[in-house]
Write a protein that binds this ligand. Structure first.
Ligand SMILES: Nc1ncnc2c1ncn2[C@@H]1O[C@H](COP(=O)(O)OP(=O)(O)OP(=O)(O)O)[C@@H](O)[C@H]1O
Ligand SMILES: [Mg+2]
Length: 235
């Protein structure tokens, strides 16, 4: 069996610093964030509103630049600038899930999921089959050709989960994916997300305000005063 300790982390940040201008001043949102995510690991990031969780995810995914520090995807140093090369790399390695779903309203469920492969070049013969399997896996087999506008919030988030997995990402970033859902629906979406990530061997970072959801992951962190801290079980 492969030894996890010898494997390259799927993601690593070292001493990341990020500030935003605030009038004549600066808000120092991230003040030296060190983070390592092992292959296949599922972790949660918590923290107060405004503590920098979304900013950190945006930096990790290369959507946002940073002033200091280093970022590695699968051991490869990511140059700190947004570029189309970086976008293509992200599209081939990462699945993103947001609170607001961001599905394309004019497309049906199947096409929304297949869309994830669009930045990867020519359509591949197995794309439709893969999309169909994922849609079935998230429980929406009978909604395959439905317009996404006719779906409930929980159903839309299931489509977003299928879309995120479509490219067989090595990492999924989910930013408060249950923020718009009622408690019961939210719980079932998180169960499903964690289960599928495990089945597919995909690493997962779940940003959440929900303690119960965070506790279902392997490790919990919180962003606090610009640093990422591990949360130990409070007994
Ligand atoms: N583009 C921006 N320009 C200026 N300030 C910003 C920008 N993006 C974020 N900020 C500020 O950075 C801080 C962190 O924001 P961020 O969205 O990362 O917080 P969060 O932890 O995700 O909060 P929430 O739980 O409410 O989603 C906030 O004070 C926010 O106002
Ligand atoms: Mg946020």
């Amino acid at each position: 069996m492969e030894n996890a300790e010898n494997r390259t982390p799927v993601l690593e940040t070292r001493s990341i610093e990020k500030s935003f201008p605030n009038g004549s001043d600066w808000i120092r949102v991230l003040q030296g964030v060190d983070f390592t995510l092992e292959s296949g690991q599922a972790v949660a990031i918590q923290g107060e509103s405004g503590s920098g969780k979304t900013t950190f995810l945006n930096i990790i995914s290369g959507l946002e630049t940073f002033e200091e520090g280093q970022l590695f995807w699968d051991g490869e140093a990511i140059v700190n600038q947004s570029s189309s090369a970086l976008a293509a790399k992200r599209a081939s390695q990462m699945g993103l899930i947001f609170q607001a779903y961001y599905l394309l309203p004019e497309l049906n469920v199947l096409d929304n999921v297949i869309m994830a492969t669009r930045l990867l070049g020519a359509p591949r013969p197995n794309d439709r089959e893969r999309a169909g399997k994922l849609i079935t896996r998230v429980g929406l087999h009978d909604r395959m050709n439905f317009s996404v506008e006719k779906l409930s919030g929980g159903e839309r988030q299931r489509v977003a989960i299928a879309r995120a997995l479509m490219i067989r990402p090595n990492l999924i970033l989910a930013d408060e994916p249950t923020g718009n859902l009622d408690e019961h629906t939210g719980d079932s979406v998180i169960e499903l997300l964690l289960e599928i990530a495990r089945e597919e061997g995909t690493s997962l970072i779940l940003v959440t305000h929900n303690n119960g959801h965070a506790l279902k992951t392997e490790k919990r962190y919180q962003l606090h005063l610009g640093k990422l801290e591990i949360i130990t079980d409070e007994l």
